[in-house]
Design a protein around this ligand. Structure first.
Ligand code: PHE
Length: 341
């Protein structure tokens, strides 16, 4: 029996686990119910009384040694693990970053800006919180005139009126106030109108408006510029038509329709079977507007146009509901990942 105990003592001393789990297995094998130690204790009951003293001491040594060794090994492994941090598999492939992409409104705005910059336009910017003069009065909307009802306005302060701009025409006024003709600017930006939100209307949307003022600018120049834009934006085969309309700041004024690029003008659901899609308003700048900004209408003439970016993007990408632009649902946004802009 003494040999067996000595052998176990040697095994305990020599035990070198490679993983924490091996320590637990070893503990069960040695100290578990059916382990080596219990077997020794059982055998001990049967030894001759004169041997008990020496054997008993040796068994106790084995027991203490085993318990100490297990504790020591456990501590060592715990220390190592906290020094290394949790086990990391360095060979695993990294998780790819989810790259964002441009919002469809930005894509279309950039494209509009790009097309007009090829015609020599530069981008002008202005404040979203405006005064009455730059949004209405300088643009030939007299106070109390019913034309103001065309753009239901969010007012911030009354007398004097401070409001959220309802169109980016305010930037055109600011440009004319600070720049002498020739002027060729486009004004992209966010605008605000007090509209109930639906699939076709929103209280916040985006516009690009343009202004061209120089000597001898004619309606033919306006029409040709818009035609060029429509072909660049919607395809070479696109045509336009102008319908007479009314804006206080232009005379004459027109709405521009582009031929429906889905049915090629034959008529479909999107163009409501007319073959035409409305894309913008335009007209020759009213002489009163030039005069209000300090430009001599006897010497200069100009044209202006304005379009909603959401609307152009809807036609270009086939988006049916305006609200999708504002919800930031990545399932919608990721569909534009491959569009370069
Ligand atoms: N400012 C007009 C609007 O927001 C658009 C427009 C601009 C119309 C320039 C004609 C000329 O409704």
């Amino acid at each position: 029996m003494i040999d067996k105990i000595n052998d176990l003592i040697d095994r305990v001393k020599a035990f070198q686990p490679k993983a924490a789990q091996e320590i637990e297995d070893f503990r069960i094998r040695m100290m578990g119910k059916k382990g080596e130690l219990n077997a020794i204790f059982e055998e001990f009951k049967t030894v001759a009384p004169e041997l008990k003293r020496e054997l008993g001491q040796r068994i106790n040594e084995l027991k203490t040694l085993t318990a100490e060794r297990i504790n020591e090994l456990r501590d060592r492994f715990a220390e190592q693990e906290s020094a290394d941090g949790p086990a990391i598999d360095m060979t695993r492939p990294g998780s790819a970053d989810d790259l964002g992409s441009r919002h469809p409104i930005s894509l279309v705005r950039n494209e509009i800006v790009e097309i007009f910059s090829r015609m020599g336009y530069t981008v002008a910017d202005g404040p979203e919180i405006e005064d009455d003069w730059h949004v209405f009065s300088a643009l030939n909307f007299p106070p109390e005139h019913p034309a103001r009802d065309m753009q239901d306005t969010f007012f911030i302060e009354k007398n004097p009126d401070i409001l959220l701009r309802t169109h980016t025409s305010s930037i055109q006024v600011r440009t004319m106030e600070h720049q002498k003709p020739p002027i060729r600017v486009i004004c992209p930006g966010r605008v605000f109108r007090n509209e109930a939100i639906s699939a076709r209307a929103h209280c916040i949307f985006h516009q690009v408006e343009g202004l061209y003022v120089d000597e001898n600018v004619s309606f033919a120049d306006l029409k040709q510029s818009i035609l060029y834009f429509a072909k660049e934006m919607f395809g070479e085969s696109s045509t336009i038509r102008l319908r007479p309309s009314y804006f206080p700041f232009t005379e004459p004024s027109a709405e521009v329709d582009v031929s429906c690029n889905l049915c090629g003008g034959k008529g479909c659901n999107v163009c409501k079977h007319t073959g035409w899609l409305e894309i913008m308003g335009c007209g020759m700048v009213d002489p009163a507007v030039l005069e209000a900004s300090g430009i001599d209408p006897a010497k200069y003439s100009g044209f202006a146009f304005g379009m909603g970016i959401e609307r152009i993007a809807m036609l270009k990408f086939g988006v049916r509901d305006l609200r999708l632009y504002f919800e930031n649902d990545v399932r919608f946004l990721h569909q534009f990942d491959s569009v370069i802009g």
